[in-house]
Design a protein around this ligand. Sequence first.
Ligand code: SF4
Ligand code: SF4
Length: 68
Amino acid sequence: MISLDPKLCKGCNICTEFCPKKVYEIPNKSDKRGMRVPVPKNQEICTKCKLCELMCPEQAIKVEGEDE
Ligand code: SF4
Ligand code: SF4
């Protein structure tokens, strides 16, 4: 389970680039702040490696559960 706090996200897309499984998708439209907050769309293929959580400079991501 991935929780991404859109209020903390700055749309840097580090998470989309570092995720080895391409779990995140970048939306076509920006939010009210003009940022494109990635969507953890393909959560079923997430390996819970937590790279996205570690790399996010805003601590906006929490990956819950253990690696299986
Ligand atoms: S790394 Fe963090 S701040 Fe950057 S786009 Fe992903 S969730 Fe947002
Ligand atoms: S925990 Fe790993 S596989 Fe899952 S979304 Fe983050 S970087 Fe991708």
